[in-house]
Design a protein around this ligand. Structure first.
Ligand code: FAD
Ligand code: NAI
Length: 475
């Protein structure tokens, strides 16, 4: 006999678990199915983000940043730290504890909100009486029926053709987060978000890091001025980034990995490393869902086709997060999860794609929301730009981190903020003010006239707003 639910969510990552909780808050009887296993074979909800993405990567970034501070920056504060060592096994164990705290937190939230959790793989089966049921293949087999189904099955790392991940020498994000010792030489393919974050972790711990990037431009989606400033900082740190390369044959052996490539000038090169991280983007995941059986439409990338409301081609079936179009970000997945639950309840779910922030958690951090200067030019929008360097910010000087700037772009006629781009300390936190401002359609003058605490990094945002009107006070 099948178990009946109002809403069944397949996938317990940020898109799925949040959709399940919101649907339960709205009074529905909800099931959430997730197949992720911890090392003991038990449930580990939270998806890519919690297990091998956002959370563990930030844990390692934090540990490696402490290490770098102790080695390179304590001295200027008058602190002597000799014999600073990194115990990689302990760092990885701490990361695993942080992950487990998050897994347990989600299981607790399911209980609190009376979401029924099923550990196993969910797949569509055609129901005898028409429609579909969801079969859960886990420790026990169960069949669930739901009035509404939400697909939130996420994404997987893209492998280079002919070079599958072995997670020993050729690593995806999964292997990259559990390297047991600092490699002497580390190679990465792709200088996108993962390449820069993971490259930073292992460089800080002492690896010689080389990133091979196919595109001729560094961080092409980022505002050019900001990307340039970030590149300058990474070059200074010794993070080697080669742009415009064409990766050829990759050989693995006892000595590590050998990558043949041609550089931007077309010259044949080779790179020998102990380990290689391949970070060239991710592919939507519908493996095992049995989408064909029910005729769920997928696009040419394998993403579930949805409309603006996250409705699929099947009645009563929705999809959110990395498995659908749009940026592959945890907070985007969460917003869609909430919106779908609210739409199921007949409410007006809301996701504003224009105000989804991006953050790269390197040092300096890079964060932005809205359009870049190059996008505004391409769109033919008349704009004003203002920027303010952290060099002129008192808090940044006190922190000892004056790299970068805040840059604000506003409409030339209405002064509405169209984009804010930050490279520098705590950009990940500073960007929230810009997101709020843009969500409320604020002008640069609004930010310029708001009192910001002194001394704080956020004063750089106020000053960038003043700079839009050419009246900075501290620069
Ligand atoms: P996922 O998190 O991938 O979750 C999908 C879940 O569904 C998984 O648990 C999977 O096991 C399960 N599943 C799949 N198929 C089935 C099935 N048939 N039955 C049952 N369960 C199934 N984003 C940010 O916003 N900030 C960051 O700092 C950040 N850092 C990242 C770092 C790395 C290294 C990586 C790889 C990604 C990072 N991301 C970050 C991206 C973020 O992880 C994703 O955007 C986010 O996890 C997408 O959420 P989701 O719910 O759509 O899918
Ligand atoms: P990405 O899309 O950010 O970067 C991939 C890079 O690889 C691009 O610069 C691309 O030009 C390059 N590339 C692609 N094919 C190549 C090839 N054959 N040879 C050389 N270079 C090649 O993808 P990434 O870094 O794998 O991350 C995947 C996604 O995960 C991100 O786009 C983001 O959505 C999410 N993520 C978010 C984070 C955050 O929010 N801080 C952190 C990490 C990941």
């Amino acid at each position: 006999m099948s178990k009946q639910f109002d809403v069944i969510v397949i996938g317990g990552g940020p898109g799925g678990y949040i959709a399940a909780i919101r649907a339960a808050q709205l009074g529905f009887n909800v099931a959430c199915i997730d197949e992720w296993k911890n090392e003991k074979g038990g449930p580990a909800p939270g998806g890519t983000c919690t297990n091998v993405g956002c959370i563990p990567s930030k844990a390692l970034l934090q540990s490696s940043e402490h290490f770098e501070h102790a080695n390179k920056h304590f001295a200027e504060h008058g602190i002597t730290a000799t014999g600073v060592k990194m115990d990689v096994a302990k760092m990885i164990a701490r990361k695993d504890t942080v992950v487990k705290q998050n897994n347990d937190g989600i299981l607790y939230l399911f209980k609190k909100n009376k979401v029924s959790f099923f550990h196993g793989r969910g797949s569509f089966v055609k129901a005898a009486e028409g429609g579909y049921e969801i079969k859960v293949a886990g420790a026990a087999e169960e069949t669930l029926t739901g009035k509404q189904i939400v697909i939130a099955t996420g994404s997987n790392a893209r492998a280079l053709p002919g070079t599958p991940f072995d997670e020993e020498l050729v690593l995806s994000n999964d292997g990259a987060l559990r390297v047991g010792a600092v490699p002497k030489k580390l190679g990465l393919i792709g200088s996108g978000v993962i390449g820069l974050e993971m490259g930073s972790v292992w460089r800080r711990l002492g690896a010689e890091v080389t990133i091979l990037e196919g595109l001729p431009t560094f961080l092409g989606a980022v505002d050019e001025q900001i990307a340039k400033e970030a590149k300058k900082a990474f070059d200074k740190q010794g993070l080697k980034i080669e742009l415009g390369v064409k990766v050829g044959e990759i050989k693995t052996g006892k000595k590590g990995v050998s990558i043949a490539y041609t550089n931007a000038k077309g010259e044949a090169q080779s790179l020998d490393v102990d380990k290689l991280i391949v970070s060239i983007g991710r592919v939507p995941n519908t493996i095992g869902l049995n989408t064909e059986a029910v005729g769920l439409a997928l696009d040419e990338r394998g993403a579930v086709v949805v409309d603006a409301d996250c409705k699929t081609n099947l009645p009563g079936v929705w999809a959110v997060g990395d498995v659908v179009r749009g940026p592959m970000l945890a907070h985007k997945a969460e917003e869609e999860g909430v919106a779908v639950a609210e739409r199921i309840a007949g409410q007006h779910g809301h996701v504003n794609f224009n105000t989804i922030p991006w953050v790269i958690y390197t040092s300096p951090e890079i964060a932005w929301v809205g359009r870049t200067e190059q996008q505004l030019k391409a769109d033919g929008v008349k704009y004003k730009a203002g920027s303010f360097p952290f060099l002129a910010n008192g808090r940044a000087r006190a922190l000892g981190d004056t790299t970068g700037m805040v840059k604000m772009l506003a409409d030339a006629d209405t002064d509405e903020i169209l984009g804010v781009h930050i490279v520098g300390p705590m950009a990940s936190e500073l960007i929230s003010e810009a997101v709020v401002a843009m969500e409320f359609k604020a002008s640069s003058e609004d930010i310029a006239r708001i009192c910001h605490a002194h001394p704080s990094l956020s004063e750089a945002t106020k000053e960038a707003a003043l700079a839009v009107d050419k009246r900075t006070l501290n620069f």
